[in-house]
Design a protein around this ligand. Structure first.
Ligand code: HPA
Ligand SMILES: [Zn+2]
Length: 338
């Protein structure tokens, strides 16, 4: 068992926006390809890394879905999750709420049971092995049909004891939240928490819809709320958390350069912002790297960094374990910057 708090650790934080498939590092992709006899269309890790030049969300998603072909067995998902948890722990992550994309696996003939059981082999022992508490959030792919989302929720029923909530990801524009009204209603009736990607590439109206139609409790990204002052007022008033991913925004060209990122303006506006890594293997850094990058590019001071860490625990789904949340928050307040 790891000690609960070590002053030599980085700033304690929760990670709330992390796609487990987006933690597939090139080295692990090649190792799993070899283990499973899967042919990749890249000669080596260097050639694969060359492909990590994205124009937008879709160009990233194309590679993200392609590389998933190497994930086939429970052990693959276990190894993937353990690799992430070890890296996250080293960057101060104490709690992680982890997305996974079952439809992308089921479409390749890998059942949802393989995915959940495999991930759980790592997550179920994460506290002992990594000192990180976890939750699992099942995402629906918004560029697939509403019927497919509902089938996915049905297929997940035997596994709901290990799934804390549902989310919505993949290609945003043209796939408004309203498309998923029914499945979110069904998820709520099953007692699942609800989050949704909105306002990454899509317009501010998608954020409003995610709140009003889907009952989203957190907005993933939400960057484009800044185009609508009335929406910002609402998000501030209702303390709706936003899970921002600064390095992702630069890599997917939502923001030109990190120095132009609206995070400082969003914090000044009183928004409950958190900093996360999204797909760290693809976007050049894990959550601690995102903290370091915004610290240097945006000149955030220690009070702001502590606020971001505090927000991450306030925004987390730890309502079922308030004692733990209080412990994490105390660690944030006690943290001494080096
Ligand atoms: O950043 C993202 N946005 C939308 N869908 C995703 N699926 C993985 N990463 C992302
Ligand atoms: Zn995301």
């Amino acid at each position: 068992m790891k000690p609960p708090y070590d002053a030599a650790m980085p700033l304690p934080k929760a990670e709330l926006h992390l796609h487990i498939e987006g933690t597939l590092e090139p080295e692990l992709a090649f190792a799993l390809a070899a283990r499973n006899g899967v042919e990749l269309s890249y000669a080596d890790t260097e050639e694969l890394r060359e492909a990590y030049r994205f124009e937008d969300l879709q160009s990233f998603l194309n590679l993200y879905y392609e590389l998933m072909a190497v994930l086939r067995t429970e052990r693959d998902f276990e190894d993937l999750a353990n690799a992430y948890l070890a890296r996250a722990a080293a960057q101060g992550v104490r709690h992680a709420e982890i997305f996974f994309d079952p439809q992308a696996h089921v479409a390749r003939g890998v059942g949802i049971g393989t995915v959940v059981d495999g991930l759980w082999r790592a997550l179920g022992r994460s506290e002992e092995n990594h000192g990180v508490s976890t939750r699992l959030i099942m995402c629906f792919l918004r560029d697939r049909s509403a019927e497919s989302a509902m089938e996915t929720l049905d297929a997940a029923r035997p596994h709901l004891d290990r799934i804390a909530g549902v989310g919505l990801d993949s290609a945003e524009v043209g796939h408004p939240p309203v498309k998923f009204r029914e499945v979110y209603g069904a998820a709520a009736a099953l007692g699942l928490r609800r989050v949704a990607h909105a306002g990454e590439e899509g317009p501010p109206e998608y954020i409003t819809e995610a709140l009003d139609v889907l009952g989203a409790e957190r907005i993933d990204h939400g960057l484009r709320c800044m185009e609508d002052p009335a929406l910002v007022d609402r998000l501030v008033r209702d303390r709706v958390p936003l899970t921002l991913c600064p390095l992702s925004n630069v890599r997917l060209r939502t923001v030109d350069v990190l120095a132009d990122h609206p995070l400082p303006a969003m914090l000044d506006a009183g928004l409950l912002c958190t900093v996360n890594s999204d797909d760290p293997a693809y976007f050049g850094g894990y959550v601690g790297d995102n903290f370091d990058a915004v610290r240097s590019a945006l000149g955030l001071d220690e009070d702001r960094l502590r606020e971001l860490a505090r927000n991450s625990f306030l925004a987390s789904f730890l309502e079922d374990d308030e004692e733990r949340r209080a412990r994490y928050l105390a660690e944030v307040e006690a943290y001494e910057f080096p």
